[in-house]
Design a protein around this ligand. Structure first.
Ligand code: DOR
Ligand code: ZN
Length: 331
């Protein structure tokens, strides 16, 4: 039986590190888990200028000096080429598109994606990545991702050279769509969408710690996401979408969406890949494929994981982590 596993340092291509005091803790803890993170821009105010990109990067690095940090900025308006070049210079590699109102801090989202096509054309020109929160506003919650796919298909046709990431894929149709599109269209997969279904949120009791966007869906959807992760297809790589919210914000009559997975993500991934007899594909999923897509060097440093049980704390830095109170097999 395997007792020890060496992996390249994990790269998390989608994480929420928040801001202020919270950022210090979440960035530190991300630094203990990952070699590299790509930080999402949905802070308040949003990261949407070259100055804010620079400041956010500095704040993260002050808390986690050894972490490699890639930045994103929010695509909540059109930008000039000069602005985009300055974003790039300050460390941004992707522009994040949030449709209006679909998730945490997206009230400034764009209602009609065609309105920002001028900027998307510039992203293609400058080889910046378009990162998509792929949910259609105003439709039934379980159909939101499926109904967004028409936009992805149109973007792929209109901007054939643009690299696009459909973030946190969560349904069969999205997995199939990404597979069917050209090489420059990829998707991130979270740990929670690999293991949760709606049952884990509203089945036997209401579990707000598992509530997130996009919603974990039906068993067939989870299984499609799993199959993509375990397929060895380079279009599918790890982005945790770790999104901590203080306990009070989750236990509320209008609870915040987000699963806090960063402290447990890699141990759970090892467990799941081991279960499927696919540990040979984990290094690519958790580190290499994302680096290749973002055209950055693969990690050369390694991390060693040992089969040693530990109990996930009930809260970490004020937020309830995924699988809180449960025992994980790998440390
Ligand atoms: O569940 C989510 N939480 N999904 C997102 O897209 C955003 C995130 C957050 O920032 O809390
Ligand atoms: Zn996210």
């Amino acid at each position: 039986m395997l007792q020890e596993l060496e992996l390249p340092l994990p790269n998390d291509f989608h994480i929420h590190l928040r801001q202020g005091e919270a950022l210090v803790n979440y960035a530190k803890s991300a630094g203990e888990q990952f070699g590299l993170v790509m930080a999402m821009p949905n802070t308040e105010p949003a990261i949407d200028s070259p100055e804010l990109v620079k400041k956010y990067k500095e704040e993260i690095l002050a808390a986690a000096p050894n972490l490699q940090v890639l930045l994103t900025f929010k695509l909540n308006k059109n930008y000039t080429e000069q602005e985009l070049l300055a974003m790039q210079k300050n460390g941004a590699v992707a522009a994040k598109y949030y449709p209006f109102g679909v998730t945490t801090n997206s009230q400034d989202g764009v209602s009609k994606i065609e309105d920002i096509y001028p900027t998307i054309a510039l992203l293609e020109k400058l080889d910046l990545v378009l990162s998509l929160h792929g949910e259609e506003p105003g439709v039934f919650c379980l159909d939101k991702e499926k109904d967004f796919l028409k936009h992805l298909e149109k973007l792929s046709k209109t901007f054939p050279k643009l690299r696009i990431v459909l973030e946190h894929v969560s349904c069969v149709e999205a997995v199939e769509c990404v597979k069917s599109l050209p090489e420059n269209i990829a998707a991130t997969i979270t740990v929670h969408h690999l293991i949760l279904t709606l049952d884990d949120i509203i089945g036997d009791s209401l579990r707000p710690q598992n509530f997130c966007k996009p919603l974990p869906k039906l068993p067939k959807d989870r299984d499609a996401v799993r199959a993509a992760a375990f397929s060895g297809n380079k279009k599918f790589f790890f982005g945790s979408d770790s999104a901590p919210h203080a306990l009070e914000k989750k236990q509320s009559l209008s609870g915040a969406a987000g699963v806090y997975s960063a402290p447990v993500a890699v141990p759970i991934l090892i467990e799941e890949f081991e279960k499927e007899n696919k540990l040979n594909l984990l290094a690519d999923f958790v580190s290499n494929f994302g680096a290749d897509f973002y055209k950055i060097p693969r990690q050369t440093k390694k991390a060693t994981y040992v089969k040693k049980e530990w109990q996930v704390p009930k809260t970490i830095d004020g937020a309830v982590p995924l699988r809180a109170g449960e025992t994980l097999k790998w440390s």
